[in-house]
Design a protein around this ligand. Structure first.
Ligand code: FA5
Length: 373
């Protein structure tokens, strides 16, 4: 600020002359008009209406004028500053409206565009069913046990009481990865069932033992509507003191209710597996017709072919020879096991007529089972 000016001398405060003030105002109005967006307007505001702007500095000079000159100069500067403030407000409004308009156009979302160009996948029903079944058994105190898909022949066959020349080895139609080395080393196979996990569990876990083993299996079966060279099984094994066929039956019933619905009856008929004795095949009452198709006048049933029963699993009491092979005393302990194909169960449960639908990885198939995670 200049020193107090007793004699009014317009030269000493030239910034307050009408020409100077008008020039400052015009420069400010020009800069405001030239601002093309809100950022430029902000810069113009700082330069022409900020604390260090020419008009603000001129305003500060008013105090240096003799009292009689202050009113006129104050009015001049005040008017110029008001015009600038007004111009800023008007321009602010225009530019803000322009920005909003631009955003509406540029950031518009076309809600009519298709939303499913990159659809999310769905978990495969074989996975969700295997997990649901395993959960049912975990809820009853079982533990999940897993084993390798490329398995030693000893675990897949020998320890399960398949003699070397037993026709069952062929019956299982095995993919061999490596033959025996002739020096006593077991051959290597793609496991043909989940039963070798029984052996691994019995050899490594403490007794009593309750395990459930879902997993992938391989057989050199030709691909057709009901067979696949790669499929899944789930298997239950219990070894404890005093287990009987009644316990096996209870576990099977729990499985059938979890998978197919409550109140379905089960039926065991004699069968043969080298690793269980006695062995049985498990059938359940048809969950669609509940046996009505077998009664006089009943509608035919496609699912059970009007038999009233559907075969679903193999089962039995663990063969004492298998217990011995795993170092378990068969006089003290007994065990039961059952196993079944997950794809086949899925087909029965949902009326899928071709197993190939479960293999092709078409998400439209998986989606039909819901987006369970
Ligand atoms: C076994 O594999 C026995 N390990 C089951 C078992 C476990 C018996 C425990 C006793 C105690 P099996 O060979 O029957 O049994 O096969 C069981 C199920 O696997 C069949 O019922 C079927 O559902 C399924 N399965 C077998 N081969 C195929 C295949 N090529 N494609 C799809 N599913 C198959």
């Amino acid at each position: 600020m200049s020193a107090p000016n007793k004699q009014y001398d317009p030269v000493e405060v030239a910034v307050l002359s009408p020409e100077e003030v008008t020039g400052m105002r015009d420069a400010a109005l020009a800069a405001i008009a030239a601002a093309g967006d809100l950022d430029e307007l902000k810069a113009a505001r700082l330069a022409h209406a900020g604390d260090r702007s020419p008009l603000a500095l001129a305003n500060a000079e008013i105090g240096a004028l003799p009292p009689e000159a202050r009113a006129e100069a104050g009015k001049r500067v005040g008017t110029a500053r008001r015009e600038v403030t007004q111009a800023l407000a008007t321009r602010q409004e225009v530019l803000a409206a322009q920005r909003d308009q631009w955003a509406l156009v540029e950031e518009a979302v076309d809600v009519t565009l298709p939303w499913d160009r990159a659809p999310r996948g769905a978990r495969h029903p074989v996975t969700t069913i295997a997990e649901r079944l395993a959960d049912v058994f975990v809820g009853m105190g079982y533990e999940i046990a897993e084993g390798p898909e490329v398995e030693a022949e000893w675990y897949n066959f020998d320890a399960l009481n398949f003699p070397p020349d037993h026709p069952a080895r062929e019956m299982q139609d095995t993919f061999f990865v490596a033959g025996p080395d002739g020096a006593g080393q077991s051959g290597v196979v793609m496991r043909t069932h989940t039963s070798p996990v029984q052996i691994r569990a019995m050899l490594t876990r403490p007794l009593p033992l309750y395990v459930v083993s879902p997993g992938k299996c391989f057989r050199s079966d030709a691909l057709d509507a009901t067979h696949s060279p790669i499929f899944h099984q789930i298997e239950c094994l219990a070894v404890d003191e005093g287990l009987t066929m009644a316990d096996l039956r209870g576990a099977i019933n729990a499985f059938v209710e979890a998978m197919f619905g409550e109140g379905l009856r089960t039926r065991l008929r004699p069968d043969f597996f080298p690793f269980t004795e006695p062995s049985a095949d498990v059938s359940m009452e048809c969950h669609i017709c509940r046996g009505a198709s077998t009664r006089p006048g009943g509608e035919p049933c496609r699912v059970c072919r009007s038999q009233g029963w559907i075969e679903i699993a193999g089962c039995g009491m663990v063969n004492p020879k298998v217990l011995v092979a795993c170092g378990i005393d068969p006089d003290r302990y007994s065990g039961f096991a059952f196993g079944l194909g997950i794809e086949r169960s899925l087909m029965i449960r949902h009326g899928v007529t071709d197993i190939r639908d479960t293999l092709e990885g078409d998400v439209r198939f998986s989606r039909a089972f819901g987006m369970e995670v």
